[in-house]
Design a protein around this ligand. Structure first.
Ligand SMILES: *Cc1c(COP(=O)(O)O)cnc(C)c1O
Length: 403
């Protein structure tokens, strides 16, 4: 089994392909019993032989073997030397911003995950960090915000919920020229579809809650980096501030991640079927899915992603919030809920749910219409998913006529 053993700080990438890494990276049979699954090390502390003489584990906020196995697995899936797991995606992002000092500036995408925006503006802005928001698919907008206090570019691609695409390699070039840290929130793509470190990113962030865990039963975050000194600083923050995941959750994610490649293949297949079905539906006005050749980010998505994923959003003719509500309440397989990336399909109404805090005028300015619905297409049978949407779109027309 030595083949699968990953030495600390050594990349195992040259040895294995994605599917093999998802199942084996970071994990080896338990040396004490031969248990093939990494045990749940439900312990807060570790006995030392004599003061300072221990097996590398002293207190479980710093390190836990179940978490270590997962951290190595996530690192290897992102082709990174280092991985760190956190109690949530926000906990991971929080650790990244704590690398900064008061006065430092960050340029971030405008179509940003709502929780990230809230943390930047309502937590870290109070500590003197400054955040600018631009359309990241247009690098001239990024360049316009650069000054000598800029320290970081924060990129999400594809974006939520409009599915806009930023060119990671081009962002990395710009970051390199101006000595900025490039952070990519890779949650929507998952490591199966996109590996930002290969494209020049310094830090990759994940809400593990979504595709990596994949079963809507855990909240967790992760960071990956190839930079030894950044990893040291982030691990220091992880231990000092303490947003660490528990061993049981780490075990559940290790179980979930083993099928990441299989799930992603089906998410992508089903995503394509649903996008194409919606596009030809008479009530649908636009479908935002980067797999369409006329999507403005299609060429970049094709270049940097392995496939186009299972996330998409669409608007309906007439652009009525009421109509969108009706469709979202008529679906039976697509459950009305926040979150994404699980095996089950979800539908959401961004204007009233995830992006409700943004004033209507602001929303409209950036293309976030009242009738926009977001789908996280799951791995159920595609025919059943199409039938579900067909039904929801027809029932609301019928009830419209009655009214
Ligand atoms: C969910 C999400 C987060 C936050 O992660 P949590 O695990 O919910 O804390 C950050 N970014 C994106 C793109 C997300 O979808």
């Amino acid at each position: 089994m030595a083949y699968f053993y990953i030495l600390p700080n050594k990349s195992i990438q040259p040895l294995m392909k994605f599917a093999t890494k998802a199942i084996h990276a970071g994990q080896e049979p338990d040396p004490a019993t031969g248990a093939i699954m990494t045990p749940v090390y439900q312990t807060s502390t570790y006995v030392q032989e004599s003061p300072g003489k221990h097996k590398g584990y002293t207190y479980a906020r710093g390190k836990n073997p179940t978490r270590t196995a997962l951290e190595r697995c996530v690192a290897s899936l992102e082709n990174a030397r280092h991985g760190l797991c956190f109690s949530s995606g926000m906990g991971a992002s929080d650790a990244v911003i704590k690398l900064l000092r008061p006065g430092d500036e960050v340029i971030a995408g405008r179509d940003l995950y709502g929780g990230t925006y809230r943390m930047f503006q309502q937590v870290f802005a109070h500590f003197g960090m400054v955040f600018h928001y631009v359309d990241m698919s247009d690098l001239s907008q990024v360049a316009a915000k650069l000054n000598d206090r800029t320290r970081m570019l924060w990129v999400e691609t594809p974006t939520n919920p409009l599915m806009q695409i930023a060119d990671i390699a081009e962002c990395a070039k710009l970051a390199g020229q101006h000595k900025l840290m490039l952070v990519v929130d890779n949650t929507f793509a998952s490591p199966y579809l996109q590996n930002p470190i290969d494209l020049g990113a310094d830090i990759v962030m994940h809400s593990v809650t979504k595709y990596i865990a994949g079963h809507s039963d855990v909240v967790m975050g992760a960071l990956a980096t190839n930079d030894d000194s950044l990893n040291e600083k982030l691990a220091f923050i992880q231990n000092s501030c303490g947003a660490v995941p528990g061993p049981m959750d780490s075990f559940l994610v290790l179980r979930g991640v083993k099928t990441l490649h299989l799930r992603m293949e089906r998410h992508c297949e089903n995503g394509r079927v649903i996008a194409e079905f919606l596009r030809q539906h008479e009530r649908v006005s636009t479908v935002n899915w980067p797999g369409f050749e006329d999507h403005p980010g299609h060429a970049v998505a094709k270049k940097q992603m392995a496939d186009f994923g299972g996330m998409l959003s669409f608007t309906m003719h007439g652009d009525s919030m009421e109509e969108a509500f009706r469709v979202a309440s008529e679906t039976r397989l697509f459950s009305l809920a926040e979150s994404l990336g699980g095996v089950e399909s979800l539908i959401g109404h961004p204007a009233s749910m995830t992006h409700g805090a943004i004033p209507r005028e602001e929303r409209e300015k950036h293309g976030l219409k009242d009738s926009l619905l977001r789908l996280s297409v799951g791995v159920e049978d595609a025919d059943d998913l199409v039938e579900d949407l067909k039904h929801a779109l027809s029932v609301s027309v019928a009830s419209n006529l009655e009214n």
